[in-house]
Write a protein that binds this ligand. Sequence first.
Ligand code: GTR
Length: 449
Amino acid sequence: MYSGLGRVARTGLANTKSSLCLTLAVILATVASGAQSFPAGYNNVETAVKPYTELDPLVFADGKAVTAKTWPKRRAEILTLFEENVFGRTPASALGLPVRAHVDEQDDHALGGTAIRKQITLYFSAKGEDGPKEHLLLYLPVGHKGKTAVVLGMSFAGNQTVVNDPGIRLYPTWTRAPKSQGPPHLEVPSESTRGEQTQKWQVEKVLARGYGIATIYYGDLEPDYKDALQLGIRPYFYAAGQTAPRADDWGAIGVWAWGLSRALDYLETDPMVDAKRVAVTGHSRLGKTADWAAAQDTRFAAVLSTESGKAGQSLSRRVYGETVAHLQQSFPYWFCANYAKWVDHDTEIPVDGNLMVSLMAPRPIYVASADGDQWSDPKGEFMSAVSASRVYELLGKPGISTTTMPGVDAPTDPARFVAYHDRTGKHDVTDYDWEQYLNFLDAHFGKQT
Ligand code: GTR
């Protein structure tokens, strides 16, 4: 069951301790209602969803209908609306930045001889080690003929957590004493954190199906804490004289998404990788990040997004579960400052999850929900998949196989370009999710084994 406690556990996982206290306070006021309880004041009753108008991906802001020919213009319009109202703009200086990649390590017999492991540092400035950088961990299956398709995603807790491999370098991660409101600091993680998130990443399963898998720790780009942006890379891209973000400057999600694109820059240069077949993945806030990365960077060939929720693939206009007010109160730094305008105006927000999904068209996208994560609003996620499917159909690709919300653990047809499931269980990424993702990739990239 979704529970406030589940919410606390995962908020804590991402080290957002200040918002943890806030969320905890709200949860203490929770009144259980039906199977799943929400913090008090948030709607968890389907019949209490107030009337709203769903945005139409196939109608321009001025009311004109979109055709296959004019879709690129509508796409650009939607992207701009997301930049202005939700995630902010990626600075032009960041887009043109020369990135230097250094392969620090390669082991051709990793994970009991089943994988090739590479560890790469991407340097974002001429300062090298002393400047901003990210550490990419890449596994490729041994024995694969030709270039390998790869799944790329960001991790919450460091590269060493995705699988228990003593060869993964332990780079510092952000932490802060539980009750402190002060800035976080970097600490080298302990050996015991190796493989802590094995079940969420399923590295060995992905490799056994013939895919590579790559990850970066999101804190390499910006720590996931309120008031900590000075410790991330945003200030590095300030204009001359700038000391704080402008209303439409990028937030942390924009920064993390940018980091995914820089990893793709490297993957394009790796002769073992099929850079035309890189799927981007992420869970929850990192699902929102994966979505925003693929929306801006069409080199990502497919999207696998798990419980991205509100400000992700779910419908904010459908006021059920998390609201803009909650996101803004707990995680304002994920977004541009303009996002605050939509607090208590969820039904008027000018862009929504269905428009986000439509930005992926015609690339294959898998939208994944969990029935025990009503806070993310599985029905809203499904409705977005249905709505965006009209764009896919317009562009000549088959959208989702049903317009009726499927039952729990009943994935839609993976051969379609938009697929969906609502899995049993809580807010998480599980073996079940990966099984569906790999079936989906097999259908669109071709079987890899
Ligand atoms: C929640 C937040 C969600 C989601 C999640 C997560 O507390 O309300 O929007 O992103 O965190 O990232 O785990």
